[in-house]
Design a protein around this ligand. Structure first.
Ligand SMILES: NC(=O)c1ccc[n+]([C@@H]2O[C@H](COP(=O)([O-])OP(=O)(O)OC[C@H]3O[C@@H](n4cnc5c(N)ncnc54)[C@H](O)[C@@H]3O)[C@@H](O)[C@H]2O)c1
Length: 327
């Protein structure tokens, strides 16, 4: 077997794409997942361990069996709204679970730890685009749970020499161009799959949350980044750490902002199925503009996004039709 990398949350949306990228780069991805939100059908490129990051017994068994050289950590709860209703579950999974995983990785002598962080650690943007030095003041427990783990990793990097990278994703979107895996959350709250379901007639209409922002057409601006670009950045971050770097934090975004109306135009074009869109009130906690400055990831990791918004929508649509036909 080639060198193994433990992928916590590898049966989820982004983790499964990371497994594919690892396989293509010559590693063996070992999925570690409790299948609370993951899918057995997404485990296609290496062995699978069913376990929970909150269990040290589960983790130690996986590290003993597979002796991974690195860890990619995607496991956790992701819904911002849920984190407001049940903050303790978020801190148990995303903080206690992550600390457990980090401790197990450190004890097992892992040489590279790549952590899924988020632009939600920044909170309200002061500058657009935002670079990594932007103040981090999260607006919800989800963002705080991610920031706490970034800080734990910073301490371990500086004080214990444990090498790690935190990748702050902006809006992950798109799917494997061959439609083997893709976005499949239940319930789904992300805009692109929701719009597709409306196009397919599975939802009654689509509402824009706020059309009175100070943006070019009044709707929120987001930075959509293809999931395969995110996966490629993970492999670059892993190799960077395995090459002896101490690590740090990097934004993963395209640097291009797209308004909700522009995104919906793109979706109408790709699906060929226009659907009615209504304009509702703003949703609390939504920022007008979230756009990444991705210069650091290019300069340090040599990473640059390769997929356009058109690719994102087309790949996501191909996957979404496959998903809805098979379920
Ligand atoms: N989707 C985005 O736009 C986005 C943006 C920024 C950051 N992120 C981060 O990326 C990561 C992956 O997101 P995703 O969209 O692929 O989510 P996902 O829900 O599809 O995947 C998460 C996976 O983790 C597993 N998991 C959850 N708790 C676990 C536990 N305690 N033990 C073991 N496995 C567990 C789930 O079963 C699932 O397979 C998350 O940490 C998320 O916070 C996502």
């Amino acid at each position: 077997m080639s060198q193994t990398v433990l992928v916590a949350g590898g049966a989820g949306y982004i983790g499964s794409h990371a497994c594919l990228a690892l396989k293509q780069a010559g590693y063996t991805p070992v999925v570690f997942d409790n299948f609370s939100n993951g899918h057995k059908a997404f485990v296609q490129w290496g062995p699978c361990v069913e376990g929970d990051i909150r269990s040290r017994v589960d983790l130690d068994a996986a590290f003993d069996t597979y002796n991974p050289i690195g860890v990619m950590h995607f496991a956790g709860l992701i819904e911002v709204g849920e984190s407001m209703k049940d903050p303790l579950s978020f801190h148990e999974n995303n903080v206690s679970g992550a600390i457990n995983l980090i401790a197990a990785a450190k004890d097992a002598g892992v040489q590279a730890f790549v952590f899924s962080s988020t632009c939600a650690t920044y909170g309200e943007p002061h500058d657009v685009p935002m670079d990594e030095t932007h103040v981090q003041k999260p607006l919800n427990p989800y963002g705080r749970s991610k920031l706490i783990i970034e800080q734990v990793l910073n301490d371990l990097r500086e004080l214990s020499g444990f090498p790690s990278v935190a990748l702050r994703f902006f809006n992950a979107a798109g799917a494997d161009p061959e439609a083997r895996i893709g976005e499949w959350h239940e319930p789904e709250t992300h805009i692109i799959p929701l719009a597709f379901d409306t196009a397919l007639g599975l939802r009654n209409g689509f509402q824009i949350n706020g059309a009175d922002y100070e943006t070019r057409d009044g709707t929120c601006v987001r930075d959509y980044i293809h999931v395969c670009d995110i996966a490629a950045a993970h492999v670059k971050a892993l190799n960077y750490l395995l090459g002896g770097a101490k690590g740090g934090a990097f934004n993963l975004g395209t640097g291009d902002g797209t308004t909700i109306k522009e995104l919906l135009d793109g979706i109408h074009k790709v699906t060929g199925r226009p659907f009615p869109v209504t304009e509702g009130p703003r949703r609390s906690g939504d920022s007008a503009m979230l756009v990444a400055d991705n210069t650091k990831a290019f300069e340090v990791l040599g990473w640059r996004p390769e997929y356009s918004l058109e690719n994102i929508v087309a790949d996501a649509w191909r996957w979404h039709k496959t998903l809805r036909q098979s379920n």
